[in-house]
Design a protein around this ligand. Structure first.
Ligand code: PMT
Length: 398
């Protein structure tokens, strides 16, 4: 099942460390090559020789002893791995990864890893429920780390609650699913835009819209999971940066245009999910505009970035979004033609659970070749994966 797959198994210092031996055995029996990294505390619970015997590989725990090269053991492990699994992952280990602390072999190797990382937390339930731990888990999840468990049940300390290591069979299954993930966009450069733009009126005010950036961030994260090199040009959002994605921050539509054009040259696929302001104030006041009766704003048109990309398109696959409140399909089709797109994703903003600033979306994919794919209400993550799967199918056929 896992023939030829390379797994780094990180073991940290918790009583559940003994269960990691069984997990190691499952990986090896399925055909994977396993290299185990143990923290100093883990070695207090289980002898390295146990993992060494089961994996038939040396066990690593020192930053200063080599794999192939003596000087960069953490980098060599990170480059070697198809998947990183940390089981059990203690509160301390999760906290260090979330805070960017790399002070031993395991945390430095994880920091250098570009492959998926699966964390199986295990700890006392009070430690698990502690807001600091919960904050760390949320942060790690937003950054793209995957989790198996923890489960509820009897804990080694005698308490009952959430914090028990997930069943090793479940961790194994999740690891297998991650290793099987399709690399549909491997070798391709993908450009995604996300979020709103802000058009300044004076030093304290601006024009913008309700875009949270979620749709575009989900697309960038999914493209990275599918193996692409991803650049995300993002308007202002409060979202965590997706794992494995290069982010270019911009504020205004004109800045977005400046950032997008050079990236477009290098990409094979571009998906423009950003809600770019169509207009900006004709002039920006250098001082705060004072209140005095009525105020009339003079707005000028912003560049239409997508339209410009449509003219430069060449062999690239170019996708846009259309957020509409009436005649959704017709307006979207019109935009696809005018902007020379291969795909337009139409959002009907009148439907609850679709469009701006919600976790879900309801989209209709309209392709240049006439194919239409209406999607039910789905999480933006799932919408993103569906869109990219359809794009990959068509791009590879071109
Ligand atoms: O960010 P979220 O809260 O997750 O919300 C997601 C979303 C609703 C913003 C997203 O799904 C979406 O529909 N984005 C496009 C919204 C929009 O501005 O549509 P539009 O019809 O105005 O623009 C059509 C296309 O042209 C878009 O791809 C847009 O990026 C592009 N455009 C528009 C104007 C402009 N000046 N330059 C552009 O490139």
């Amino acid at each position: 099942m896992l023939d030829g797959k390379r797994i780094v198994l990180g073991v940290t210092g918790g009583i559940a460390a003994y269960k990691a031996v069984e997990l190691c055995r499952l990986f090896v029996r399925a055909g994977a090559e396993v290299r185990t990294v143990m923290t100093a505390a883990a070695k207090e619970f289980v002898a390295p020789l146990t993992f060494q015997s089961i994996s038939r590989n040396p066990v690593f725990s020192s930053l200063f002893a080599g794999v192939e090269r003596y000087d960069h053991v953490h980098i060599a492990l990170a480059e070697w791995a198809d998947l990183f699994v940390i089981a059990p992952a203690t509160a301390n280990c999760l906290g260090k990864i979330a805070a960017g602390i790399a002070d031993d072999l395991l945390t430095t190797a994880v920091m250098a890893a570009r492959c998926p990382v699966l964390l199986a937390p295990a700890m006392n339930s009070a430690m698990y429920e502690n807001p600091v731990t919960q904050g760390n888990l949320q942060k790690l999840q937003a950054l793209g780390y995957r989790f198996a468990g923890p489960e509820e049940g009897e804990l080694s300390c005698g308490e009952t609650g959430r914090g028990r290591l997930a069943a090793v069979e479940l961790i194994f299954e999740q690891a297998r699913a991650l290793l099987a993930a399709e690399k549909l966009l491997a070798g391709l450069n993908v450009l995604v835009t996300a979020g709103p733009t802000r058009e300044p009126l004076d030093p304290v005010r601006y024009l913008t819209n309700h875009s949270s950036g979620r749709m575009g961030y989900a697309l960038a994260a999914a493209a990275a999971r599918f193996g692409a090199r991803v650049v995300l040009v993002s308007g202002p959002t409060s979202l965590a940066r997706p794992w494995g994605v290069r982010v270019v921050d911009v504020t205004t539509a004109r800045e977005m245009r400046e950032a997008v054009l050079p990236e477009f040259e290098k990409c094979q696929i571009a998906v423009k999910a950003a809600a770019v302001a169509d207009y900006r104030p004709g002039s920006e006041s250098g001082t705060k505009i004072k209140k005095s009766g009525e105020l009339t704003l003079h707005l000028v048109k912003n560049p239409d970035i997508l339209e410009e990309l449509g003219k430069l398109k060449g062999e690239r696959f170019l996708a846009g979004f259309a957020a509409e409140t009436e005649d959704v399909r017709e307006n979207a089709l019109d935009k696809m033609r005018r902007k020379n797109l291969d795909l337009i994703v139409a959002n009907d903003l009148t439907e609850p659970g679709a469009g701006f600033n919600v976790e879900t979306n309801i989209c209709r994919l309209l392709f240049r070749d006439g194919t239409e794919l209406p999607l039910p209400k789905m999480s933006k993550d799932l919408v993103a994966e569906t869109i990219l799967r359809e794009i990959a199918k068509r791009y590879r056929k071109q």
